[in-house]
Design a protein around this ligand. Sequence first.
Ligand code: FAD
Length: 458
Amino acid sequence: MGRDALISLWQDTAEELVVPEPRVDPSRSFDVAIIGAGFSGLWTAYYLKEHDPAIKVAIFESQRVGFGASGRNGGWVSGFLPMSLGDLESSFGRAQAVEMYRHSFATIDEIERVIRAEKIECGFHRGGTLHGATNAVQAQRVKDEIEEARRFGFGEEHYRLLSSDEMRDRLSVPNLVLASYTPHCAVVHPLKMVRGLASAVLRLGVEIFENSRVAEFRAKSVRTANGEYRADVVVRATEGYTSQITDHRRLLAPLYSYMVATAPLTTDQVARLNWHNRETYHDARNMIIYSQLTADNRIAFGGRGAPYHFASRIKPGFDTNQRIHDKIIRSMHSVFPVSTEVAVTHRWGGPLGVPRNWQPSVNFDEQSGLASLGGYVGDGVAATNLAARTLAHLIRKADHELTRLPWVNQPSRKWEIEPLRYIGINGLIKLSESMDKHERRTDKPDRIREAVLKTFLG
Ligand SMILES: Cc1cc2nc3c(=O)[nH]c(=O)nc-3n(C[C@H](O)[C@H](O)[C@H](O)COP(=O)(O)OP(=O)(O)OC[C@H]3O[C@@H](n4cnc5c(N)ncnc54)[C@H](O)[C@@H]3O)c2cc1C
């Protein structure tokens, strides 16, 4: 068997996007300049144009459209946020927590609407999510999530426990103790989606400057190697790469998530998995894993847990990590034994953005015109849409229910200086791993480590 490719499955299977060269002339000015052509930047441009076709919007992207996490992710379009209903309630109250989740769930419909309206071919399929538990501690975690959802008024139609027969009918995973199901998730080919969205914004008249890194920005201007462009509003949509911009080094810690994909399964292998409706699957371990069955029947499987790099460093060499990829393959083999029968064809990864409070935010300062959105902690495929819709209303100064959501103008405090950040984040990663080991070994929660984790995340 040959060595698998160190590029993403998505890159290997999407058509190139040709972006017309915009006129490079720094004497030009725009109503809105957006830094970053991932989902955050593109959705922001899309909604600004939808509200006001005459608005002049430019996007500056240091590489190519979809170069960042948006073109590399697990393709989960999930209505779930990195902060739980309970987390939101303790910071903003019950009503705001419910509103936030209500809008987040509805975002999947909105994304589907645009994908259909703009004829974006990205294999969008709404199969929902299965959340499995393979030991007693994980089972309790899944039950607690459902109980929390009920406490906030989200009934069976949003989230429910499956009987073991129901679970077997949907997906065959060994050693499952129990599982839950929610319809609030779809799967996509993320690079096709981000390129399709870019084509849509180009059609609406947005200009995209590729290979145009913004070295610095301030109110009313962005500076690239070609000079300084002026704009009334400047939006930072740089997520995991934010730490590379002067003066923004401690806003978001870049944590790496890694993925692998297998060769297509045979019809018989898919039948043995019982995976008929392409639900996304994860389990309730502390160190997140995530998987989808692609439109061409490959298993795309990812996991977190890679070490954080000192001083928030990012470099192309970090996009693959043999040790972590091998670990992810072992996890995939244990979750889906059938995957041992097929080759792993692709391995890849990339940075996602984590704010100090682990909660994304949408920020706009009317006076300076400076805006930002992000900090999705690895749950951004759908959340970028909700954040961008919200930001478009804020920029238009429109009074809208989205602009009253609790993540508006709630920037996190900065990360600690080094080496505290390095010690803290890597300690947290080790802690999550050791909790999983303890839970597997003893079938009991590790209360002490749980308390340490809570303190750090709080
Ligand atoms: C391996 C992996 C798997 C994931 N899986 C999922 C998943 O299944 N579901 C989910 O919801 N989320 C997932 N995520 C997270 C999700 O992909 C992100 O939250 C989301 O794509 C963020 O979009 P964004 O546009 O904010 O950031 P990005 O897509 O990272 O875009 C930022 C862009 O800004 C550009 N940029 C940065 N600095 C500059 C600069 N100075 N000048 C100009 N341009 C700049 C970058 O080149 C990049 O293109 C995953 C992430 C990774 C890495």
